[in-house]
Ligand binder design. Structure first.
Ligand code: DQA
Length: 254
């Protein structure tokens, strides 16, 4: 049994996977509207995908937006994510700015979880983890392959590396080219969660073929699933009401 993480009453790593929805607003007003809508919906966790925000390169604007979002989403776990273009995000920034942004947020104490991409300088990653720990925040170390699905051993090894570096939640998203790629992701998830993980993990196979992996996390060992409200932030995300229904069905059959 993997250890769980409890954030604002949400138990990650126990029972049905928790539903996370991404905010993808470009302006402060769009973000306010999204946050208000999500606060009132059946969503367990909210992720701010700050790479969609037009003013992301201005730290004061990011901080101002974050304070407003936090006020609106006062009782839901909030994840701060800048997804770089090379991992499927909207924008590429320098590594120096990427870490400046993440450090500013870690020091602000305004979010519950910070996503940091695994393929970065280890020293920089460790610094964010230390800052986050001081503020009682959690770190997700993530990796995304929008082209293909690496071999099972490679997926497991990336998740293990994230765990070794001190991620509270190791995460990987991969793209299937064949149905057997979906099985590879599920197999890697099961092996990692049963044999190596001592904390919750998040995995998904993207796009249409991979949808099963966004539903069956409780069976194979993935603790959070990303759903969609209006627009998906990645291919394959399922609308949240249908997602909740299916997660509950699977939970009840176990
Ligand atoms: O890493 C992830 C997972 C994701 O890529 C998905 O496939 O649902 C969506 C992203 O917003 C999030 O940061």
């Amino acid at each position: 049994m993997n250890k769980t993480i409890e954030i604002k009453g949400v138990m990650i790593g126990e029972g049905a996977p928790k539903i996370c929805v991404s905010m993808i607003g470009r302006t402060l007003q769009e973000l306010r509207d999204e946050a208000t809508e999500l606060q009132n919906l059946d969503v367990d966790i909210v992720e701010w995908r700050v790479d969609f925000f037009a003013n992301v390169e201005n730290l004061d604007c990011v901080n101002e937006a974050l304070q407003e979002i936090r006020k609106i989403l006062h009782n839901k776990p909030l994840v701060f994510t800048f997804r770089s273009a090379k991992e499927g995000g909207e924008k590429e920034v320098s590594s120096a700015f990427y870490f400046e942004l993440k450090k500013m947020v870690a020091e602000s104490g305004l979010v519950d979880l910070i996503d940091v991409e695994l393929f970065n300088e280890e020293q920089e990653i460790r610094e964010i983890i230390e800052l986050a720990q001081e503020k009682k925040m959690y770190v997700i170390l993530s990796n995304h392959d929008f082209e293909k699905t690496p071999a099972k051993e490679e997926i497991v090894s990336r998740l293990k590396r994230a765990q070794k570096l001190g991620a509270d939640i190791p995460k990987i998203a991969v793209m299937p080219q064949t149905t057997s790629d979906v099985l590879t992701l599920l197999d890697a998830t099961l092996t990692m969660s049963e044999q190596f993980a001592d904390r919750p993990i998040i995995t998904m196979s993207m796009a249409g073929k991979g949808v099963i992996s966004r539903l069956a996390g409780e069976v194979f060992g993935s603790s959070v699933t990303f759903g969609a409200v209006k627009k998906a932030s990645a291919p394959g995300q399922v609308e949240i009401a249908k997602l909740r229904q299916t997660l509950t069905l699977l939970n009840q059959s176990l």
